[in-house]
Design a protein around this ligand. Structure first.
Ligand code: CMC
Length: 427
């Protein structure tokens, strides 16, 4: 007999099936709840609600496990590159050599962007937040690619994936160039994806840009770590927008907007802002550690602790090494980064942080890397978006291929009940 859950309502008993995932996670299937009982469930923030079944990402916050399609984040960061990982996440398996070469070449075919897009970019003020511009430009891609996609055509789907990966990278770098007032440049098809990201952002017409392989390697790892994190806010947004059969560009544009918020993608920015505030205050680390521990003070050490990872953030372990490599390769001397190192050391040895399992999370180190690369703080979330793009694409594709119904939650209405209309003169 398979396991079921029983619910008693008004003396009547209802039974619901239990479903079990491949890692033994269990869920009560309430898809027939309203039909059989007339009741719905309420779960603000969906903290107890599974919105779908998914074969893409598995994470266990207690054990510090993160796997894409069954491959541990550690093994991918050590052995794969960003496009290889993207292929894995989007298509389900690691690519063969031939598949990977084809994928890289097919993405290159889509790295040109209609020149008219530059008029749209010119319409934004230089001061506009890069995430708002990126979301708008991603949505504008729909206007330049109006043909709708036949989700059942493998070729069309593959082509849309390559187009999205090719164009998004260039657009993201153009957002940066616009923000800092430098001329927009083009993808170089003789170079790799991550090399191009650096070139597109930092190459200027007046001098040669030398690629530093250690920086490419660290950035590549950083992007891999951000590829997917199951049903987070932006990913759920992409799935729900796509569930109305809105196109891929429109759905990804919505995902960018969701990621923009400080409660989601914005934490890496908050880390650097906190370090700068500590520096401006005289750099007294102990004072800020005391503030973070003081229950009457709302100050928290940004970049420490995690809602899901309660032992350690597996991504942070990997990225800490990449951060050290970048700082070493660049020979950076930056008082803000010195504060970061001291803060990390003091907090890791402090009983308050140890007893609450508060370790540096991925955002602590990613902010440090971005800063060392000279990326402005309000571009940090754009870097996160570049990394998360394959995850969004994969989740959108899975949702459409599974034929999931349109996302349409219910509510409990708490407003006025039926009221008579009162004429304007009598109100
Ligand atoms: N600094 C000081 N104390 C902290 C911190 C912190 N950063 N984080 C948690 N605590 C304390 C908290 O006061 C509480 O203490 P007590 O048990 O004495 O009341 C205890 O640790 C447990 O905290 P919590 O708020 O119940 O934990 P949570 O799971 O609700 O919060 C968190 C997780 C990430 C929101 C929180 O740790 C935090 O605010 N961290 C700083 C912000 C940050 O770095 N966010 C980025 C997270 S990674 C993003 C991603 O994966 O995409």
């Amino acid at each position: 007999m398979s396991e079921t859950a029983k619910l008693i309502l008004g003396g009547e008993e209802f039974e619901f099936p239990i479903i079990e995932g491949s890692e033994n996670e269990k869920a009560i299937d309430i898809s027939k709840l309203r039909g059989s009982t007339g009741y719905i469930t309420i779960d603000p923030g969906f903290k107890n609600t599974g919105s779908c079944g998914s074969e893409i990402t598995y994470l266990d916050g207690e054990k510090g496990i993160l796997r894409y399609r069954g491959h541990s984040i550690e093994s991918l960061a050590d052995n794969a590159d960003f496009l290889e990982t993207s292929y894995l996440v989007i298509f389900g398996n690691l690519p063969s050599k031939a598949e990977l070469t084809k994928f890289e070449n097919d993405i290159r075919k889509h790295t040109m962007i209609d020149e008219e897009m530059k008029n749209i970019i010119d319409g934004f003020p230089k001061s506009a937040h890069p995430m708002g511009v990126l979301s708008s430009l991603t949505s504008a891609l729909t206007a330049f690619n109006p043909k709708s996609l036949d989700i059942n055509s493998e070729d069309q789907l593959y082509n849309a994936v390559c187009k999205m990966l090719g164009k998004f990278l260039v657009l993201a770098s153009w957002v940066y160039k616009k923000h800092v007032g430098l001329p927009l440049n083009y993808y170089d098809n003789s170079k790799g994806y991550v090399e191009n990201l650096l070139r597109l952002m930092f190459e200027i017409p007046t001098e040669e840009y030398k690629i530093n392989p250690e920086i490419v390697n660290a950035l590549d790892k950083l992007l891999i770590l951000h590829v997917d994190h199951e049903q987070n806010c932006s990913t759920s947004t992409v799935r729900i927008v796509g569930s109305s059969h809105a196109g891929l560009f429109a759905s990804i544009s919505a995902g960018v907007s969701a990621l923009w918020g400080p409660l989601h993608g914005g934490a890496n920015q908050a880390v650097i802002e906190m370090l700068e505030a500590i520096k401006a205050d005289g750099g007294d680390i102990d004072k800020f550690i005391l503030k973070a521990k003081d229950k009457n003070d709302s100050f928290r050490l940004m970049g420490f602790g995690h809602r899901v990872y309660k032992n350690f953030d597996p991504r942070a372990r990997i990225i800490k090494k990449a951060a050290d490599d970048v700082l070493g390769a660049l020979g950076i001397e930056d008082p803000v980064l010195d504060i970061a190192k001291k803060l990390e050391k003091v907090a890791l040895e402090d009983e308050y942080f140890k007893s609450r399992n508060l370790y540096p999370n991925v955002d602590f180190y990613s902010g440090i890397i971005y800063r060392a690369l000279g990326i402005p703080t309000d571009m940090f979330t754009v870097m996160f978006a570049i990394g998360r793009l394959p995850g969004w694409i994969s989740q959108w594709k899975e949702m459409r291929l599974n034929g999931e119904p349109i996302g349409r939650p219910r509510q409990v209405y708490n407003g006025e009940t039926d009221r008579p209309f009162v004429e304007l003169d009598n109100r």
